[in-house]
Design a binder for this molecule. Sequence first.
Ligand SMILES: [Zn+2]
Ligand SMILES: [Zn+2]
Length: 157
Amino acid sequence: MNIPRHPLRINVGFLLNAPIGYSRDIHFDYPQIRLEDEYFTRFTGMVRVNRTPQGILVQSDFLAFHTVECVRCLEEFAQELHCEFSELYAFNRRSTTESNLVLREDGNIDLESLAREYLLIEIPISPLCRPDCLGLCPECGQNLNLGICEHSVRVTD
Ligand SMILES: [Zn+2]
Ligand SMILES: [Zn+2]
């Protein structure tokens, strides 16, 4: 499968001479994507770039899947991740926000590391392949989602 080299790089040069308040939506749709060292699948999303007096405001909304291990059954599965973030790429140092981003002279904005960071923090601390995952038998390690074992007879009172 083809993995794009700079999947989230956009050039906002066309916005620099646009009137204040002008914006454009850029859509993304990749079956597979690598953000630095991490792979994601079914990556879709939208980035709205806005011309403001201070710089280019970038509003991102991404949905992607990342392979994680279920804490109960230890099987790998594709965890759905959704993130939204806004960042200002300022025209000069005086206008930067906390993120301290300044628009490069060539007009290129690369959201790769930001998207990676915002998606990864959405991974639950205890991922579950499904809400009712039955986990493993503590006696023999059988994956109880796939079938019961001799220890699976539950005593109910
Ligand atoms: Zn599971
Ligand atoms: Zn068992």
